[in-house]
Ligand binder design. Structure first.
Ligand code: ADP
Length: 399
């Protein structure tokens, strides 16, 4: 079975075609600048040259049409006909409280995704656009929605209710949802496998550290806490996002600096985090490169490490212990410096870190000493494969 995985952003689209018989990614692609000048599609296939198409793409339908053409292209493609695609799995950021699992897309599911637009105004609209475009181009192919929020629906009320008037939850759905669920679920399952334990018997802290970062406490296989909240802005300081700050700062910016809602939103989402502190970059590679001579770049990194460490400590308290800490995503997989700085001083929790084993990038590794009570793993995430797996399960159940 071949499954097309689509992850639609407002002006970009990532895709992969995965052969589920081998769980092998046949092609990976990225379409950028949809609806803008200079639209471009880049497709990678193992053993072939990069395939680049520069063509006007005014909307997502045109982009997906080109994706299908690239996949069946005689020279650069990987399938001979569209009918080889059995199903499409869509990444959908927000499923609200309704979805704790992936779902076959029908009218009800579309309505629910639409209902969540107010909770994820930047993410759900392009997800809807992508699904509609695929439905038009592939009307008879089943489509599945895989929600970023679904894995966190097991969080208990004490974790997800904010100390605000309760009606804001019942009337306006204001609560913690948590994000990156697909990634946390994927890496935690691998961690349990590597430990040779049933996930139902262990306590895991999963650190998904990239441009956007979140940490999850997974107890007995269930997410009980995630550092992100009502939106992906809460939690640790990120590339450009502030993470958790005193909410009074927001009203101060509005009343004293006379910033508008849009300006405040822009400031805390796009101009803060390690970019805001350092004034240098949101990319951790740039910060690592200049940290020795640039005090603010070093400060930005130190604040980031400190915040992650504090979350780890609080999640150990929330779960009553920890058996395994996972590092994943762009930064977690590729930055030995980050992992070492975060794990330093956690010996009292039973974390004995091995600096030698930590010299690894982008592949699975156990980076604790052999006598460490707590396992520390680097696990490359694979959200696309996870989406494809869920899609396969649902499509097989239709027959
Ligand atoms: P996104 O949240 O956009 O999915 P990724 O998970 O791809 O982000 O992570 C991207 C980030 O990972 C980059 O901004 C960069 O800061 C960091 N990163 C990637 N490779 C390295 C590396 N070799 N060293 C340090 N940081 C890295």
């Amino acid at each position: 079975m071949k499954i097309l995985v689509i992850n639609c952003g407002s002006s970009s689209l990532k895709y992969q075609l995965i052969d589920m018989n081998r769980e092998y990614s046949l092609a990976q692609g990225l379409v950028e600048r949809i609806g803008m000048e200079g639209s471009i599609l880049t497709q990678k296939v193992e053993g072939k040259e990069k395939y680049i198409i520069k063509e006007v793409m005014n909307n997502h339908k045109q982009a997906i049409k080109l994706v299908l053409e690239a996949l069946i292209d005689k020279t650069n493609g990987v399938i001979s006909d569209m009918s080889e695609i059995t199903a499409v799995g869509h990444r959908v950021v927000h499923g609200g409280e309704k979805y704790s699992k992936s779902a076959l897309i029908d009218e009800n599911v579309m309505e629910a995704i639409q209902h969540c637009v107010k909770l994820a105004p930047l993410h759900n609209p392009p997800n809807i656009t992508g699904i509609n475009a695929c439905k038009e181009l592939m009307p008879n192919i089943p489509m599945v929605a895989v929600f970023d929020t679904a894995f966190h629906q097991t969080m208990p009320k004490i974790a997800y209710i904010y100390p605000l008037p309760y009606e804001l939850y019942t009337k306006y759905d204001i609560r913690k949802y948590g994000f990156h669920g697909t990634s946390h679920k994927y890496v935690s399952a691998i961690a349990a496998e590597k430990m040779g334990k049933d996930i139902k018997d262990i306590k895991i802290i999963s650190c998904h550290l990239g441009n956007g970062s979140s940490i999850t406490a997974i107890k007995n296989g269930k997410s009980i806490e995630n550092s992100m909240g009502f939106t992906p802005l809460e939690g640790i300081a990120m590339g450009t996002r502030a993470g958790s700050i005193d909410p009074a700062i927001i009203t101060f910016l509005q009343s004293e600096l006379k910033l508008s809602i849009e300006e405040v939103n822009d400031l805390i989402n796009k101009k803060s985090g390690v970019l805001g502190i350092s004034g240098v970059s949101s990319d951790f590679r740039d910060l690592e490169a200049v940290a020795n001579e640039n005090e603010r770049a070093k400060l930005a990194l130190d604040i980031f490490y400190y915040k992650v460490k504090k979350f780890i400590g609080s999640y150990v308290a929330a779960m009553g212990g920890v058996d395994c800490i996972i590092f994943t995503a762009g930064l977690g997989e590729n930055s030995p410096l980050t992992r070492e700085a975060i794990c330093q001083g956690l010996e009292y929790l039973g974390v004995n870190f091995d600096k030698q084993k930590n010299k690894v990038r982008g592949k699975f590794a156990e980076i604790n000493t052999s006598d460490s009570k707590v396992k520390v793993y680097v696990i490359p995430t694979n959200e696309e494969l996870m989406i494809a797996r869920d899609t396969e399960i649902i499509v097989k159940s239709l027959k």
